[in-house]
Design a protein around this ligand. Structure first.
Ligand code: SF4
Length: 454
């Protein structure tokens, strides 16, 4: 393919920065692939680029503000002829108002319009200064023609887009639209293709993967799709994210118990341990229902790690509500928890309510949960010392002479390779994307240290 050449005869270069979740990371792969297909080259700094893109996240106020701060910091680069674009959730949420707030931006594209990127980029190249792709998120195009895989050994596969849950605090149904599932045949074909490309770990993605419904006559449920993905020859690991307790079925746990290719990790956001808060969050389940699912997960044929998301300081959260969350955390003993301070978002139901928990109280509650969770993790992880884990190798740290990788349960493991495999201090037979058996010698709250064994 001919390289894109500017009028001055130079090749066009783009810089793409991604904020937010794995869906966004994967969207950036789609965007980058489309740009490369148009002859652009990716560069690592804004200074080197002609086109500077931010793929944004609006799930929290802080994340959205960060994008505008970044834009303001680099405004001066516009004088050098560089063009700026805002993509993703902030683009979908703020729309053309971005041109007012950051006048040096000339491209605003929501995630539903990435399939139209070639046409939008052409408009930009033709000198248009306010190019938008802000269609309502209803497309069925889960991948563009040119998805570029940035991760060398873990491949993301979108199985469902959008969300129909409308939790009171969440912008996703607005920014990503209604749920659209992809056919099982298309998902499985892509996984086979990824295996041919050398990937052995795939991660099925969706805002709520459990509500996946195969739109083809095959009619697979999420559990059936998971089993089918795990049965693709050459696949060694299948992960999935994110789950919703309302749609999480015992069938999923049964399928995971039967097939060790399905990673032994469930991420199941609980958000709160108080039934009153859950009701006002419009989560559609109770504390008791959630704990029932946890019992099912704990009874799985093999141990599964369980992680969660929690919001503190939701409007009206009383001290008692907060204590119920802390008690639930203690009862479940999550392997890890992502704790967030509530911030009101536009276009959400809770965003219209008074944000009546002070920043100080939110910060206190956040700190209490963080501290308790870290202490539990430190204690629970000790139980793994002496165990052997299969680790997917990710990177070598020369200073430490250690490899880093992840266990099936998504825990970080730093380990020393077997001396026989090291040639002149180089990590011999190990390579990123390969696997190693590691005996755990030390455990911290967030990671393990170990030694490679045969
Ligand atoms: S389930 Fe709720 S929190 Fe998750 S994406 Fe949908 S609306 Fe947002």
């Amino acid at each position: 393919m001919a390289e894109k050449v500017a009028e001055n005869g130079e090749q066009k270069r783009f810089y793409l920065e991604t904020f937010g979740c794995q869906m966004n990371v994967h969207d950036s792969e789609r965007v980058a692939g489309t740009l490369v297909s148009r002859g652009y080259t990716a560069v690592g700094t804004m200074q080197e680029a002609d086109l500077i893109l931010f793929n944004t996240c609006s799930i929290r106020d802080k994340a959205a503000q960060k994008v505008f701060d970044r834009l303001a910091n680099f405004k001066a680069l516009q004088k050098q002829g560089k063009k700026f674009g805002v993509l993703g959730c902030v683009a979908q949420q703020e729309g053309e108002a971005i041109f007012k707030r950051a006048p040096h931006v000339s491209l605003v594209v929501g995630s539903a319009s990435y399939a139209r990127l070639p046409e939008l980029i052409a408009q930009l190249e033709n000198g248009e200064t306010k190019v938008t792709g802000l269609e309502a998120a209803t497309d069925e195009a889960f991948e563009t023609e040119y998805t570029r895989r940035d991760h060398p050994f873990r491949a993301f596969v979108t199985i469902i887009e959008g969300c129909d849950k409308h939790c009171a605090y969440c912008v996703v149904p607005f920014t990503r639209g209604k749920e659209r599932s992809r056919t099982s045949a298309s998902v499985l074909t892509e996984i086979r293709h990824l295996v041919e490309l050398g990937y052995s770990e795939v991660q099925l993605l969706g805002q709520n993967v459990n509500s996946y419904r195969d739109p083809s006559p095959a009619g697979l449920s999420f559990a059936e799709l998971l089993a089918a993905a795990g049965a693709v020859p050459g696949v060694e690991r299948v992960r999935y994210t994110t789950s919703h307790p309302r749609d999480f079925t015992p069938e999923i746990v049964r399928v995971m118990g039967e097939n060790p290719v399905l990673c032994d990790h469930v991420h199941l956001p609980v958000q709160s341990g108080s039934n009153d808060v859950l009701r006002r969050m419009l989560r559609g389940y109770t504390r008791e229902h959630y704990l029932g699912i946890v019992d099912g997960i704990r009874a799985c044929a093999r141990p599964l790690a369980l992680t969660t998301d929690i919001i503190v300081g939701f409007p009206g959260e009383t001290d008692r509500d907060f204590e119920e969350t802390a008690e639930l955390m203690h009862e479940v003993h999550f392997n890890s928890a992502f704790i967030f301070k509530y911030s009101p978002r536009p276009n959400t139901e809770a965003g219209t309510w008074p944000d009546d928990i002070s920043e100080e109280v939110k910060a206190q509650r956040f700190a209490i949960l963080q501290e308790r969770q870290q202490a539990m993790q430190a204690e629970d992880n000790q139980a793994h010392v002496g165990a052997t884990m299969k680790v997917m190798v990710e990177a070598f740290h020369p200073k430490l002479a250690q490899w880093a990788g992840r266990s099936s349960s998504n825990r970080v493991v730093n380990f020393t390779p077997m001396p026989a495999l090291d040639v002149l201090g180089q990590p011999g037979a190990l390579r990123p994307g390969g696997y190693a058996q590691v005996r755990i010698t030390k455990a911290g709250p967030n990671s393990f240290v170990g030694q490679q064994v045969n």
